[in-house]
Design a protein around this ligand. Sequence first.
Ligand code: SAM
Ligand code: CA
Length: 219
Amino acid sequence: MSNRTLNLTDPLYDYVLAHSLREHPAQTALRDATRGHERATMQIAPEQGQFMAMLAKLTGARNTIEIGVFTGYSALSVALALPADGRILACDISDEYTRIGKPFWAQAGVADKIDLQLAPALATLDARLAAGEAGRYDFAFIDADKINYDGYYERCLRLVRPGGLIVIDNTLWSGRVAERADSDDTAALQALNLKLHHDERIDLSLLPLGDGLTLARRR
Ligand code: SAM
Ligand code: CA
């Protein structure tokens, strides 16, 4: 028995998937369609998508934000967990990436729930704040350019309601956050992790799931 997070060997990872993964056929098909893409490793892991769907249900999420869509697996996972009137404000700058996912959103019957905004996410979020949408959202997922993570976090903290959840991806950055910063991205993640640790505006958990997943619940 161990009270420390286990090292995930390949057989143990296969066991986790074999004994818990529940995908909609459109999710499996979207992963298949992304597998050969040169940036395929940007896609979240399927067990992470399932965990985020669980979080969305636990928080009773209806209005949500996603920053960083790529081919749409995380958006699809959350959309499937939302009620019929649930929505995702989905932010990305790439038509090339996001168009790959759209047929799978349609296949799953959730295309109407995903409001894709192709623009720099900071501008999209600022426009929503200017439109008076502070406190209107229940859940946010941050997974775009790391250099802007702090800006996304600060905006999401205003856009989600008290009790709302902000989920931040890649906060362990393949382990590089524990080493001397080797890039602006690493430094940005280190600075954000440091800030969140003592941020009194949130409840905090940093999970070693996927590439590191931080949960920040607005107080
Ligand atoms: N969550 C996605 C998934 O599950 O497949 C992966 C997202 S991928 C790691 C990051 C995405 O952020 C890319 O699709 C990229 O086009 C987008 N991105 C990069 N800079 C951005 C910006 N300034 N505003 C909005 N999106 C941006
Ligand atoms: Ca990511």
